[in-house]
Write a protein that binds this ligand. Structure first.
Ligand SMILES: [Zn+2]
Length: 162
């Protein structure tokens, strides 16, 4: 499976993975419904990998036959969960960072400094050169302290294992 086509559907029992995967630059939708059949149906239609802790889901014929890819997540802690997905699918955890909106899962677009001047705090405008905007929810992203903290956390996660 080519890495740039990887897309995910994240079961509610591993819900925190959705934001991590978006941060890594992958399309990840959250499934909070009751009916697993709906999740499986959507995964098939949209070519998404299922991430779940539900062993019943893994027993479905469509998954045991290999027609649909699903990963049974071992840990109940978010960080080992992220590491398992990165390792299992050999995800490059650096090159696509922050290209997807963390809130609504849409691809971000680059914005010039001038375009965001009236929309970010003055101290941000003075110190940051690169900006991205979500064309849907219009949230603006920049490489501030939150970003750096997330990147460092990710580096720790991926280094522990290599
Ligand atoms: Zn958005």
């Amino acid at each position: 499976m080519a890495e740039d086509t990887l897309r995910f559907i994240v079961d509610s029992n591993v819900g925190k993975l959705a934001k991590w995967l978006r941060m890594l630059g992958y399309d990840a939708v959250f499934f909070d419904g009751e009916d697993d059949a709906y999740m499986i149906d959507r995964a098939l239609k949209e070519g998404r990998v299922i991430l779940t802790r539900d062993t019943q889901v893994m027993k479905r014929g469509v998954i045991t036959s290999g027609r649909l890819k699903a990963i049974l997540i071992d840990s109940d802690q978010p960080e080992p969960q992220v590491r398992q997905v990165i390792d299992t699918l050999h995800i490059d955890s650096q090159s696509r960072l922050f290209t997807v909106c963390l809130e609504c899962n849409n691809p971000l677009e680059e914005r010039s400094k001038e375009e965001v001047e009236q929309r970010v705090p003055p101290y941000v405008f003075q110190t940051q050169q690169q900006y991205m905007e979500c064309p849907v929810c219009h949230r603006i992203y920049w490489r501030g302290t939150h970003w750096q903290a997330m990147v460092q956390k990710l580096e720790r996660l991926t280094k522990q294992h290599r």
